[in-house]
Design a protein around this ligand. Structure first.
Ligand code: HDE
Length: 753
């Protein structure tokens, strides 16, 4: 067999071993591990490594100093058909250690055993101290050219395309924690520009808990699990978190965002992103403006419900990373527009009375429009999680010419922290030479040696000035696009440990956020505070946080106090008269449904032809159909992705009922808790649960044919967002229209205005 054609070789083995079924079970539904279906028998004919899956990308093969090598990206991976040592010597056996006889002791001379075990012993590196849990993807950024007037950054010139790598993350949890916890999400983007790498290291929430970086260890120690019992994992619902934020009231603005639906995104694809700080942009003429960066998702901002988030935490803790990878594999590429709010660079560094250096404040979009400057498309998943997502190292100081920092004291501390943390995490100072971090620009930095040095520097004079290396490297001027720190005038002032007085307003924008929410979003916020504070042990901490809520809004405070069984305190600050910002609400607009998951309940005795048509129509509409059947394998000619026993409503954005399947043989309470107590129903109890949960989470539900009777048995027929249609096509069209608003909001009653 020709070993240069590995995919072909494996395909042949698969065909003969498992025939038609293997092909049919892995149709267009994303998520198959490996680039070819595995054969039943262990393959024994040597061939080269399988190619990566078609949707997988990898860092370009650049040298450590940024030069293109022209080698394909798979050259970074394993080579050849045969098992070798780390030094390339071929091995005959890796299953037995070298022993003094089959029953004898293992010999110290077994270099292969020692290499294998020693390397394994050192596979782990320290996880990130924050943002440990994350998922990344490759993509491309295309500039509109609309920022050319305000910045000379080359990658923002019209039509320029720049490779990017984006890493999304939660903040508090460990590397193995669940994706759907209530938390802030990181949104860090590495632009490999030809003028040096630009890292935009942002979050999905536009404000931060603290105004000065020196408080970062405090807020993180408060949010992380308690140091004695190390619980709770990846949660803010505990005493130390609420102890800190109720005492340190500048955290209240970020906290209300976390308690809102923004704290539990539906998907990374449905998150906004924010640079948070104000940056300074410089154009060709040396003129400056202040600016804030925003990412706007093509699919709009959507969130889970708290109940969904909790269920998914157990059912599919990898929900967000799976969603990201599956969407890319399905061709529903996640997309955002990058936008900027632009402000005049005045000595006061304020806009409409808002201090632009205070990272606990936003500038409402109604006051300063977000102007789109480019489009980000994520179109390739990583080939190797560790090499790419784990080893990627972001740093706020990775700035191209045209983008500079401001004196925001939070930003200033971050400029120190990111390089510092990589020294420990990535084991030395050469982390920019790791493939995912290699710049796509020529590097000539005079930094030398250190652990894991990959460059082979020539010359004898890594210093300036020199004559021995002919004077190289030379300083660049404006013509060569040098990064020049903007010569901002620093106002004369005493050296102090203090904040500007404007930083003392901790409540007005929290109130602004609250008043900008729709009634249903307010309900969710009330429930979130009640849940989180309800999890606190100490009454004093709840009372102290209620005081902060009283300073935000009396209705919010009263409602949460009622849930906690405590009296609502009076405000201690005057409640400001603020103008709401409708742009902050997620409700009321319509968005595309690309890459959404549609569950289709199938009855093996029902309309299978109709199911096949609907399944195809879901694919053509850019969504992913998952068939839910009484048993796995095939139903007729259709492959099943979920069974009544393995599926759960929270995986789906909408549900279609193609039949009324009778209780399956495994609908036994003894075997599947979801089967519940046997009921007189003629429909499988797991299907009824699916419909009830989908209804409770305000998802669109459609049915046709016998499926309509399920709606009746579940008691949801005729309610908003529940469609009894004449055909599968009709049901799908109606459900897709409903999905545009994300949820059937009328189903959430609201007690507050
Ligand atoms: Fe970070 N932050 N941060 N942060 N941050 C880190 O860097 C830090 C802050 C953000 O996917 C660490 O490589 C300080 C704000 C993201 O790899 C560390 C302060 C914002 C990520 C660090 C902040 C962020 C990090 C941990 C207070 C939004 C994940 C590992 C001044 C604008 C990046 C690492 C990734 C990661 C320090 C506050 C975003 C320790 C000192 C504000 C998205 O260096």
């Amino acid at each position: 067999m020709d070993s240069s054609k590995p995919a072909e070789a494996v395909k042949n083995v698969v065909k003969t071993a498992s025939g038609k079924i293997a092909d049919a079970l892995t149709p267009d539904v994303p998520g198959a591990p490996g680039s070819a279906p595995p054969p039943l028998e262990e393959p024994t004919t040597p061939h080269d490594p399988l190619p990566p899956k078609s949707e997988q990308g990898a860092p370009q093969t650049r040298t450590p100093t940024g030069a293109e090598t022209g080698a394909p990206t798979i050259a970074n991976g394993q080579q050849g058909a045969y098992l070798t040592t780390a030094n390339g010597a071929r091995l005959r056996d890796t299953d037995h250690s070298l022993k003094a006889g089959p029953r004898g002791p293992v010999l110290l001379q077994d270099h292969h055993l020692r290499e294998k075990i020693t390397h394994f012993d050192h596979e782990r590196i320290p996880e990130r101290v924050v943002h440990a849990r994350g998922a990344g993807a490759h993509g491309v950024f295309t500039a509109y050219g609309t920022a050319e007037a305000v910045t000379r950054a080359g990658f923002l010139k019209k039509g320029r395309e720049t490779d990017v790598f984006v890493r999304f993350s939660t903040v508090l949890g460990s590397r193995g924690s669940a994706d759907t916890v209530r938390d802030t999400r990181g949104f860090a983007t590495k632009f490999y520009t030809d003028e040096g790498t630009f890292d935009l290291v942002g979050n999905n929430i536009p404000v931060f808990f603290i105004q000065d970086a020196i408080k970062f260890p405090d807020i993180i120690h408060a949010g992380k699990p308690h140091p004695d019992r190390e619980i709770p994992q990846a949660q803010s619902a505990h005493d130390t978190f609420w102890d800190f934020v109720s005492l340190h009231t500048e955290a209240q603005h970020h906290t209300i965002w976390n308690m809102s639906d923004r704290g539990i995104p539906r998907s990374y694809r449905t998150m906004e992103g924010f640079g948070v700080h104000t940056f300074r942009l410089v154009n060709e003429a040396g003129e400056t403006v202040l600016a804030k960066f925003h990412w706007k998702p093509k699919l709009g901002v959507h969130s889970l419900t708290w109940e969904e988030a909790q269920l998914i935490g157990g059912i599919d803790p990898d929900f967000h990373r799976r969603d990201l990878y599956d969407a890319i594999e399905a061709g529903a590429y996640p997309e955002w527009e990058l936008g900027i709010q632009v402000f005049p660079d005045t000595p006061e560094e304020t806009f409409a009375g808002i201090d632009l250096l205070d990272p606990t404040k936003i500038v409402p979009e109604e006051l300063a429009e977000v102007q789109p400057i480019g489009r980000l498309v994520l179109n390739r998943t990583p080939t190797n999680f560790f090499a790419e997502t784990e080893q990627v190292a972001f740093h706020l100081g990775h700035l191209p010419p045209g983008i500079d920092v401001t004196n925001d004291p939070l930003l200033q501390g971050r400029l120190f922290s990111y390089v510092d943390t990589q020294l420990t995490r990535l084991g030395g100072p050469n982390f920019t030479q790791i493939p995912i971090n290699r710049p796509h620009a020529a590097v000539n930095d005079m930094l030398r040696d250190g652990f894991h040095q990959h460059a082979v520097h020539a010359g004898v004079a890594p210093y300036r000035p020199n004559s021995l290396d002919g004077g190289n490297p030379f300083p660049a001027g404006d013509a060569e696009h040098a990064f020049v720190d903007v010569p901002v005038t620093v106002a004369q002032a005493p050296k102090v440990r203090a904040n500007p007085a404007s930083f003392d307003d901790h409540y007005s924008q929290v109130r602004l956020f609250w008043l900008s929410m729709s009634p249903v979003e307010k309900e969710h916020i009330i429930r979130a505070y009640t849940f989180e504070l309800g999890k606190c042990y100490h009454q004093t901490i709840k009372e102290r946080q209620l005081q902060s809520l009283a300073n935000i809004d009396p209705v919010l405070c009263e409602q949460v106090a009622t849930g906690l069984g405590l009296p609502a305190p009076q405000p201690t600050v005057p409640l400001p008269d603020v103008t709401p910002s409708p742009a902050l609400s997620q409700v009321g607009r319509e968005w595309p449904s690309d890459g959404r998951m549609v569950g289709i309940v199938v009855d093996p005795d029902g309309d299978l032809e109709g199911v096949d048509e609907v399944r195809r129509a879901v694919f053509s509409a850019g969504m992913v159909p998952l068939l839910i059947a009484p048993h796995g394998g095939m139903v007729g000619d259709l492959p099943v992705q979920r069974t009544f026993a393995t599926g759960r409503s929270v995986e789906f954005d909408a549900v279609l009922l193609a039949g009324a399947p009778a209780p399956a043989p495994d609908a036994l309470p003894a075997r599947d808790a979801k089967a519940g107590t046997p009921a007189p129903a003629t429909v499988d109890p797991r299907v009824l649960l699916l419909v009830e949960e989908s209804w409770r989470h305000a998802k669109a539900i459609g049915a046709w044919g016998a499926g309509v009777t399920v709606l009746e048995q579940a008691g949801v027929a005729g309610t908003p967002g529940v469609v009894a249609a004449g055909s599968g096509a009709e049901a799908l069209t109606a459900v897709q229209q409903l999905m545009a608003a994300h949820r059937v909001w009328e189903r959430f009653p609201a007690a507050v205005a």
